[in-house]
Design a protein around this ligand. Sequence first.
Ligand code: RUQ
Ligand code: CUA
Length: 673
Amino acid sequence: MTRKNKRRSKAVLTLLAVAAAVTVLGWLAGCGTTGDQPAPTTVASGDTDAVIAARGLTPDDVYAAVKTYVPTGKKDEYVMFSSGGHSGQVLVIGVPSMRLLKVIGVFTPEPWQGWGYSNETREVLAGGNVGGKEILWADTHHPALSETGGDYDGQFLFINDKAQARVAVIDLRDFETKQILNNPVTTSDHGGTFVTPDTEWVIEGGQYAAPLGTAYASIDQYAEKYRGMVTFWKFDRSAGRLMPDESFALELPPYWQDLCDAGKLASEGWIFCNSFNTEMATGGIEDGNPPFEAGASQRDMDYLHVINLEKAVELAGAGRTIEVEGFKVLPLDVAASEGVLHFLPEPKSPHGVDVTPDGEYLVISGKLDPHVTIFSFDKLKNAIEAGTFSGQDDYGVSIVDFDAALETQIELGLGPLHTQFDDQGYAYTSLFLDTAVARWSLGGDAGAKNPDPAWSLVQKTGVHYNIGHLVAAEGDTVSPDGGYLVALNKWSVDRFLTVGPLHPQNFQLLDITGTGESMKLLYDMPIGIGEPHYVQMINADKLNAWEVYPEVGWNPLSQSKDPNAVAIGEEKVVRNGKNVEIWMTAVRSHFTPERIEVEKGDHVVWHITNVEQAKDATHGFALPNYDINLSLEPGESTTLEFEADVGGVFTYYCSEFCSALHLEMVGYFLVKS
Ligand code: RUQ
Ligand code: CUA
């Protein structure tokens, strides 16, 4: 048993004992009602039994409360990184308390943290411009924590934008976005981001086929001119950046690629991506054609794309790529003839492909098939080597014989989507239509860790409602932790007070500590921001974020001291023709200087350093009518630049309540017309 597991088991035992005691007290107090009417707010203070009785809590409620309550001063055991969906941001949430710790500005300006208002943050956002056009929203789907040896290492987080085919890099030393890149080869992505076990590559799988790059082709030329893709972004860990020049895409048939996963341990070096619409439906309901939803779900089988990444890297290195919009692309015919790409039939309009922790099996969820289909990587590899193919698709890609790679199929229920794993040899699959989480037992060595028969459905627990993704603690790594699982529900229907017709989505925490049919629902968390898709949950011990920047004058983009950092006593304003450059400090409770006068039409460059080193001593910098608000964390130095094109007198002020004299932390910006 690892240190972590021991600690957790002990904690769980203590919690169970407390919960049992409270539960008995609850029963003695005669509670057990399950009404959803508002509970009385005034009950005898200090009397736990009376509170339980007055609030109508059941023994299960009390257990859930005791399992999730994190008292003040204590900290959460896990941290979840959640996509913020079409808000374009990332959410940071503590587990088991399910408290929101932070919203990280990624693709969308986030004024309270100054994201998108300084030179540095604008530069990062501009990396996501598409054909020179500023795009300030995104549909974030799948966050991926950086890994070392297939385990989260707590250093970086990546996330994709499905709408514009972009990827972002967040540095977990300061939880700030450092890079955004637009994929020049494609217009949409979905199967991203996923990382290889040592984070050499960040995977971005495509979604809706289109002509590569910005080319135009009529929809009648779909089969000849439209293409899918998967892109492998090379990651330089020491620079903390993706390297476009060392990255490449793989051209794929115009099926709609969906989620991907990287092989690990036994299957390291291989990448697996699902696809749907192998029918190559092109829509046109208005012309009497079947709508996409019908046209794209005719066939019983679609194709799992089995990609030999090592071989692809080798061929890209040997110059077998072509260039599309200045980006390297390994052509489909090369991939097919050189054995980089094979197809494996998979039922039916699949969504998630998830590799088991040992890397031995691939779990496929077909949205229209009540089973999960489990392939053995070993069998798959042998079939490829032996050439056990059932044919080729229209693009010359060999199709591996389904039965040759099949391990088994397990009937779970309706609408299986995604699968995660625990430390006891269980897998957990979300069932969208059943609105349930299915716990099932793995086979192989992993499955021997629990008492349930191998490859069998063990329990289904209802969730509220219509679950998409789910996450278990470190549940997609080589060593999942178990303990907690979160269901990411698309609908909340009746779970919360109504806040208008746009309802929050609902994260539900489940207790997965036991074996057999012991899964329990613990907690509901409304998500008051865009639709989260995927989440990863990391042990909090693995994160080593800074509490203040390491040195006064720190530039968060370069992660080093800024050449324009200002020390106390060195503040100045320098005019050079129409250019005015300001070097300013911020400290409790004043800016220096406090009066700045410019001419209308001047070009202003303004450097500000927060010279504080105390935790939490953040200053804001709000400049009214100029659309500027900054957040200067302790030690941070930043620059902003603008034309003084609005005449008048404006007070720049600190927008963080930093001290008793915060209201006095102000200065006059006078723009003479
Ligand atoms: S995908 S649940 Cu990106 Cu399943 Cu949304
Ligand atoms: Cu500084 Cu308020």
